[in-house]
Design a binder for this molecule. Structure first.
Ligand SMILES: NC(=O)c1ccc[n+]([C@@H]2O[C@H](COP(=O)([O-])OP(=O)(O)OC[C@H]3O[C@@H](n4cnc5c(N)ncnc54)[C@H](OP(=O)(O)O)[C@@H]3O)[C@@H](O)[C@H]2O)c1
Length: 314
């Protein structure tokens, strides 16, 4: 099968197209013929030798990627939920070795869900790592409730545009930060208010929030504490809840923590259900051919992507 490997970390060109054996599945895995994959900032950071590179390097060859949508072609002996012919999607083995930049992926059945029949593969592939992050942060970690005020940073991005929709689905009041050109986009996703972060400091214009989803890091986390009410929650997906933030949060009676997404077929099934009902939409702004995966990395590295970047595999 064709796959992209990283022999030496570095620029997007370090993604090398190669021919590998099709993976052999374990008893609890399915073999998925991949139709589409999605590209995330963690992919580009890992390609550069940062983030999860050392973890992946333990089991060479290093094959990046975690987000897949495709068709089951083989099922392990202990697999009960999927059979050959089923269309599935999910985030495979995160934060381990997902090996998604390939024509075939061995995926634990516990990491997948049935792809809704009315959702094309490229949109399904888009609603995996980023959608799971938004779901796990807001629902599993923050226990979002109707009427709460939720501040979503980088609301036009991969995680952000799902977080806006999920918060809205739970009947929260949603405030999103974005540059001016994305304001209509985030309002269409369901935001109630938008803040141009180039023009305003968020702490000057947002108060009494119950939940903040930070995806920008420590400095942003620290400033965002001022937007929260007592008893509020700040969850950073970029390690922003460092010591200084924790200390300040304690003084303000705020819970501040970092969060790392993990593979979950159970959460994927909830995302699938919302998508099938049209209550959650993946916005795909760029689709590349498999051979052009380096260009997909360059797009993600602009940090200006609206929604998701997808690579069509087969
Ligand atoms: N811990 C975890 O489990 C986890 C999971 C997923 C992602 N992450 C991390 O979270 C970050 C975001 O991920 P992503 O997939 O959403 O990224 P992304 O899709 O690449 O985000 C791009 C968006 O960021 C916005 N943006 C850039 N700078 C901004 C700023 N200063 N203020 C507000 N918005 C800004 C841009 O909107 P404008 O054009 O409007 O500026 C753009 O739409 C990444 O660093 C990623 O590695 C962590």
């Amino acid at each position: 099968m064709k796959a992209f490997v990283v022999n030496e970390p570095g620029a997007p060109e370090s993604l090398q197209l190669t021919e590998l054996d099709t993976p052999i599945i374990k008893d609890d895995e399915v073999l998925v013929k991949v139709r589409a994959i999605s590209i995330n900032p963690v992919d580009t950071k890992t390609r550069e030798g940062k983030s999860l590179y050392n973890t992946l390097k333990e089991t060479e060859p290093v094959i990046l990627g975690w987000d897949i949508s495709g068709e089951v072609v083989e099922a392990g002996e202990k697999v009960t939920y999927f059979k050959p012919g089923d269309e599935v999607f999910g985030m495979v083995n995160f934060p381990g070795h997902g090996r998604a930049y390939a024509e075939y992926v061995a995926a634990p059945e516990a990491h997948l869900a049935h792809k809704p029949a009315n959702i094309p593969h490229h949109e399904a592939a888009a609603a995996t790592l980023a959608a799971l992050t938004a779901w796990q942060v807001l629902v599993n970690e923050a226990d979002i409730q109707p009427g709460q005020r939720v501040l979503v940073h980088a609301a036009a991005g991969g995680v952000g545009h799902f977080a806006v929709q999920i918060a809205k689905y739970f009947k929260a009041f949603v405030i999103g930060t974005a540059s001016k050109e994305n304001h209509d986009f985030i309002m269409n996703m369901g935001a109630d208010e938008q803040i141009d972060y180039n023009e305003y400091k968020v702490e000057d214009v947002v108060m009494d929030a119950d939940i903040v989803l930070d995806s920008l890091g420590e400095e942003n986390s620290l400033r965002s504490l001022k937007c929260l009410k007592e008893g509020g929650k700040l969850i950073s997906i970029l390690g922003g809840a460092k010591e200084a933030v924790q200390e300040e949060a304690k003084k303000r009676n705020i819970e501040a923590k970092n969060y790392l997404v993990h593979s979950s077929g159970e959460d994927m099934a909830k995302i699938a259900d919302l998508m099938s009902q049209g209550k959650l939409t993946a916005h795909v702004s760029h689709v590349y051919d498999f051979e052009d995966i380096a260009k997909a990395h360059e797009q993600v590295e602009t940090r200006k992507t609206r929604g998701k970047v997808i690579v069509h595999v087969s």
